[in-house]
Design a protein around this ligand. Structure first.
Ligand code: DWN
Length: 400
């Protein structure tokens, strides 16, 4: 047991993943000589009491999600399609024809760009604002919290659906967030949350999903506990096995307001059969094994004169590259389509990020490391005739 206490219930927690000191995943640098300012102690621990996996020393959210936060979800065509389908599903399932929807963190469009009802987004990342404007998505240029939620309920509207993707697991203060959701959610409204699913992460060995924006890993028991603390319950779940390496969509409503789908009990049974804690006990060894194999393979490629490049400057890649101590000698460049990432350097390892348009000039016999493995299908389709090094669920080569 560590001396840390669960952020939710205050019980002692047990450290299960230690990735040493890591830079914040999206604190990209302007020059290779810049000094990384933002580090955190990358230790995740398990609370036996509420089955909540959690980052023990949580970096300040205002630094993690500073105004220049560069990620744009719309860079992936697959994610755009996913948001389009999700918008339709929510519109039909919760009859939004006369309804209202709020999205917390729509990023550069999210579901709101596809919903034909009254909508409002909360988006603090500056790079997203002009894109949301261009798409005609009404948004408040601020983070979502209890204060901004109260103001919104008073001045704008309350919603029938509040939706958020890839944000809940990033926020330490669940209390403030849920209290805010209750403020803006109609009495019989539904709160819908998507996040990478901790069972998929562990099952697929995706240890790079542990980065500075992963404060929590939710099991069904954990999510039910959290919902209960705020007078809510989990009423349905959808498995999104292709999203961000395996995600889960949780639907929550105030207790007694909506019927509970049998999917919830089925997930509970599957969760208990998976025995997550036992797997987490062996996870650190697996992390060390993959990291050593990965760096050894890069050294072998360098020593045999192979050209190696990275594709996709993901947040996830920062964990793997820093933990495995990969430097520019082993990986001289990473290509990426995101305008606000191009010309910058990955934190900690100082590897330059170049425009993905230049990827076409990379020699055909180069080995390409696929960092956004979650977007493999669309990247392989676009970048045909390449040889790729992948590392999950095990180190392997693939052809596109
Ligand atoms: O929760 C989060 C997840 C869902 O997204 C965030 N906090 C941050 C982000 O994590 P990530 O950076 O690991 O996500 P992605 O979606 O795996 O990042 C893909 C990266 O690859 C982006 O930088 C864009 C780039 N990309 C590219 O260069 N060409 C992506 C595609 C699809 C491409 O074709």
């Amino acid at each position: 047991m560590s001396s840390y206490k669960c952020h939710l219930c205050g019980s002692p927690v047990e450290a299960v993943v230690d990735l040493h000191v890591q830079p914040l995943a999206n604190s990209l640098l302007d020059s290779p000589d810049a000094i990384d300012q933002n580090w955190y102690n990358a230790v995740w621990a398990w609370c036996r009491q509420c089955e909540l996996l959690q980052l023990t020393d949580v970096p300040d959210a205002s630094i993690v999600f500073a105004g220049d936060y560069p990620y744009l979800s719309g860079q992936s065509e697959y994610m755009n399609q996913h948001f389009r389908k999700t918008a339709k599903m929510l519109y039909d399932k919760y009859d939004l024809s006369m309804g209202r929807a709020i999205e917390i963190g729509p990023n550069d469009g999210g579901i709101l760009q596809y919903l034909s009802c009254s909508v409002l987004g909360f988006e603090p990342a500056e790079a997203c604002w002009p894109i949301l404007d261009e798409k005609g998505v009404p948004h408040r240029q601020m983070k979502f919290d209890l204060r901004s939620a109260r103001e919104t309920a008073a001045v704008w509207f309350k919603a029938d659906v509040v939706y958020t993707a890839n944000t809940l697991r990033s926020l330490k203060d669940l209390r403030d967030f849920f209290m805010g959701v209750l403020e803006v959610l109609n009495d019989d409204g539904v709160f819908v949350v998507e996040d990478p699913y901790i069972i998929d992460v562990v099952n697929r060995n995706e240890f790079d999903q542990f980065y500075s924006e992963c404060v929590y890993g939710f099991t069904i028991t954990a999510m039910q506990n959290i919902a209960r603390m705020f007078g809510m319950e989990v009423i349905d779940v959808d498995e999104l096995t292709d999203n961000h390496g395996g995600s889960l969509r949780w639907h929550m409503a105030r207790v007694g307001k909506r019927p509970i789908s049998p999917n919830v009990e089925a997930l509970k049974v599957a969760n208990s059969e998976f025995a997550l804690k036992d797997k987490l006990n062996r996870f650190q060894q697996m992390i060390d094994d993959i990291s050593v194999l990965f760096v050894d393979e890069l050294a072998h490629l360098r020593d045999t004169g192979k050209s190696v490049v990275g594709y996709g400057a993901t947040s996830k890649s920062v964990t793997l590259l820093n933990y495995a101590n990969v430097d520019v000698e082993l990986l001289p460049v990473v290509y990426d389509t995101t305008p606000s990432k191009v010309g910058k350097f990955l934190p900690g390892v100082h590897i330059p990020i170049r425009d993905a348009k230049e990827f076409a000039d990379v020699p055909r016999d180069a080995i390409c490391i696929l960092f956004p493995y979650n977007h493999q299908r669309e990247i392989f389709e676009r970048e045909k005739g390449r040889r790729w090094l992948v590392y999950f669920p095990k180190l392997d080569y693939k052809e596109s």
